[in-house]
Design a binder for this molecule. Structure first.
Ligand SMILES: [Ca+2]
Ligand SMILES: [Ca+2]
Ligand SMILES: [Ca+2]
Ligand SMILES: [Ca+2]
Length: 735
């Protein structure tokens, strides 16, 4: 029986796969092995031979070799067994008449081979084919050997052993028992001496015992889009999160926006994406899934700004500290040095003493003379100014004995006081014309003479000597351009601040030696060689005024300016209330070399003046009028663009301005004070350039400011080029 099983299996393998002869089979057919099989065969048949001798004593010699031969032929015949295709042809050819044929065959088999003994030829007639016959016959003989007892006698109606019938019938159907793998096979097909297992989908192998791994087997690809799981007899496709399975194998994005219309809460908008979805907020906001809100993005966390970053709801702003000479570039992120757009002829001269460097009004220089008794007071010098008022010189020998030479309304004024008298005298033409004038003061026997360019403009009667000598010495202190820290004792008060220039000294007839050296050493006290009228801002500081803009009609800010910016960014004029800048006017860089003039309400640009005359050697006259109802700005050769006057933005800004203007406001010229945070104004740079400014009809004198940076020259500007008629002086400072 062992041998039979062996044969079933490899014949089955051979048939199903149409393999070439396996090594095992080749070996079986080798000479040696044939013998072995013969031996086995002989051994197997041996009891049969014994039975045979009882059954067919006469035919023993015939049966014995026949049985073994048949078995051998069966084995050898396996090599030429039907290929799978011919087997299936065979099967299909016989399928139609199958049942009838089977019945006939079963009947014949019963009659010929069970009730009687059949020989191989008879069996072949029953099966009508050789392979099945050759398969059947040796097994039939074996059944006979096992179950046939005695000789069948028709007359005695001896019953055929049921074991024999079962044994013989069993031979004809190779699907009994069914050796196909139960789970993997559809059906077992009985063949001619063999059987075929028809596999269910998903199974393979001779007995349909092998699951096909559709996830890895390229011959049976599962075709899953994303994930594949192999299971016995099949497979299972699945998808990543956010996808659903379609047609068992494909993965289709889930449109969460359609499926859950309120998955994003307004103002966020749902946007479906492959495998996901997004809740998109307006620009500058990001969706917070836990609170279901659009939260502001703090862009400042990303270091987007070169300078100061200020986060705002939905946006952010970068600021560059204009007070450090920086401006914001057009990319609105990076800071750059504010460029100079008009070069100035700002050379200075080492022998010219600038008088206006100290806003405090203290003297620029102080000289002490200790001279012989009866020395008369004398001073001579070149003087140049555009300033109408200020102290040129103050001399004293004691607290009650002093002399002041100054300017008021551009003309010389003398005040003096001594033991005997005091006087205020002014006269002569205005000399604040920017030209050099030789001024001389001489104490004479009975009078004080003041000359301008050798012409006497004043002769003041003086009953006694101006100063008194003590112990045979006349001690005189001379202060230039300012008053010692006791201004309350002048007869007629004067603003001592004087923007002017002195050269060619001769004090107390001592010549200029000594004084000249002192001046040469102090480079920051030297004058520009050439000056023009106007106030000069070097871009280092600002001035503050107290101006009341309120009037019975409400308030108004009328600003007339005559400007020549030298740098393309800077604040001209600003109203400041606490930390806010309700109104400001600034030069703002436009392109590489040009500039605009812009007006801001609380940092909001409301008007732009585009002029060809900004950053240009000529000056530009600009008028700006602002009141509760709106803003007007004008200048020659300029175009003005206003924010939409009907816009809510402008109306809101005007309303805020109107309410702010009910408060005391500080007026700043040339910059925004340092206490105001950068975001309060788009421009914070100090103005660099020349300016005249008139506010509400009053021309501002920077010597009258409540605060003024020492760098601001109240009444003189360097020109943009040297006057052609003059040539350079030999020892100019280079700034
Ligand atoms: Ca499978
Ligand atoms: Ca999706
Ligand atoms: Ca933001
Ligand atoms: Ca002055």
């Amino acid at each position: 029986m062992n041998i039979f099983v062996c044969m079933y299996i490899y014949m089955c393998i051979y048939e199903t796969f149409s393999l070439p002869l396996s090594p095992f089979l080749s070996l079986s057919l080798s000479h040696t092995h044939t013998h072995t099989l013969m031996d086995v065969c002989s051994a197997t048949v041996r009891p049969c031979r014994w039975n045979c001798s009882t059954m067919w004593r006469k035919n023993r010699s015939f049966w014995e070799p026949l049985v073994c031969l048949v078995f051998l032929v069966t084995l050898v015949g396996a090599s030429g067994f039907l290929s799978q295709s011919s087997a299936s042809q065979f099967l299909s050819r016989h399928r139609r008449a199958n049942s009838l044929l089977e019945e006939t065959k079963t009947g014949n088999l019963e009659r010929e081979c069970i009730e009687e003994l059949c020989n191989m030829e008879e069996a072949r007639e029953i099966f009508e084919n050789t392979p099945e016959t050759e398969y059947f016959y040796p097994r039939y003989v074996a059944c006979l050997g096992s179950h046939r007892v005695g000789i069948y006698d028709q007359k005695s109606h001896q019953v055929v052993s049921s074991d024999l019938r079962a044994c013989v019938n069993g031979i004809t159907n190779q699907c009994v028992p069914n050796l196909c793998y139960k789970e993997g096979s559809l059906v077992c097909k009985d063949g001619q001496g063999t059987f075929q297992c028809l596999c269910k989908r998903g199974w393979k192998g001779a007995l349909c015992e092998d699951d096909i791994n559709e996830c890895t087997d390229p011959e049976y690809p599962a075709g899953c889009d994303q994930k594949c799981y192999n299971i016995p007899g099949g497979f299972h496709c699945s998808c990543e999160e956010g996808y659903k399975v379609r047609n068992n194998v494909h993965c289709e994005d889930i449109n969460e926006c359609q499926l859950f219309p309120s998955i994003c809460r307004a103002p966020a908008r749902c946007v479906n994406t492959p495998g996901m979805f997004e809740c998109q907020c307006p620009p500058g906001f990001k969706y917070n899934f836990s609170s279901k809100t659009c939260d502001d993005v703090d862009e400042c966390e990303f270091g987007l700004c070169d300078g100061t970053c200020v986060n705002t709801q939905g946006s952010y702003s970068c600021y560059c500290d204009g007070r450090q000479g920086l401006r914001l570039l057009e990319d609105k992120r990076y800071c750059d040095k504010i460029p100079v757009c008009v070069d100035l002829y700002n050379h200075k001269h080492s022998e010219m003493l600038y008088l206006g460097g100290e806003f405090a009004g203290f003297p620029v220089i102080y000289l002490l003379f200790r001279l012989p008794e009866y020395t008369k007071f004398a001073a001579e010098f070149d003087f140049r100014t555009f300033d109408p008022e200020g102290v040129i010189l103050y001399a004293e020998s004691s607290q009650d004995s002093w002399f002041m030479l100054g300017l008021r309304n551009g003309s010389i004024e003398v005040q003096f006081k001594n033991q005997h008298t005091f006087k205020v005298t002014s006269g002569g033409k205005a000399i604040n014309d920017g030209q050099w004038h030789v001024i001389s003061v001489d104490e004479l026997e009975r009078s004080i003479s003041v000359k301008i360019s050798k012409e006497a403009v004043m002769s003041i009667n003086s009953p006694e000597a101006l100063f008194n000598s003590v112990n045979g010495k006349l001690v005189t202190k001379v202060y230039i351009a300012g008053l010692p820290n006791r201004t309350d004792h002048l007869i007629k008060s004067i603003n001592p601040r004087l923007d002017g220039c002195i050269r060619g000294w001769n004090l107390m007839n001592q010549g200029e030696s000594g004084v000249k050296e002192i001046i040469q050493e102090r480079r920051n006290k030297h004058c520009f060689v050439y000056v023009e009228p106007g106030s000069f801002f070097s871009g280092a500081g600002l001035a503050r005024f107290n101006i009341d803009y309120r009037n019975p009609e409400g308030w108004k800010v009328d600003v007339s300016m005559n400007i020549r910016p030298s740098s393309s960014t800077g604040v001209l004029f600003a109203l400041v209330y606490n930390d806010t800048v309700p109104l400001s006017v600034a030069v703002v860089t436009k392109g590489d070399k040009d500039a605009d003039l812009q007006v801001f309400f609380d940092g909001l640009p409301v008007a732009v003046l585009d002029s060809l005359m900004l950053c240009y050697p000529e000056r530009l006259a600009v008028q700006i009028r602002v009141n509760a109802t709106g803003i007007q700005i004008s200048a020659d050769s300029s175009t003005v663009t206003y924010i939409d006057p009907d816009s809510r933005v402008l109306q809101g800004a005007l309303e805020r301005l109107n309410s702010t203007m009910q408060n005391p406001i500080s007026t700043y010229v040339g910059g925004i004070p340092a206490h105001v945070p950068l975001p309060a104004s788009p421009v914070t740079a100090y103005y660099h350039g020349c300016m005249d400014i008139t506010i509400n009809g009053q021309k501002l004198d920077f010597d009258e400011a409540t605060i003024k940076h020492n760098s601001i020259k109240s009444h003189s500007c360097p020109p943009s080029s040297a006057p052609e008629s003059l040539h350079d002086l030999p020892d100019l400072d280079t700034q």
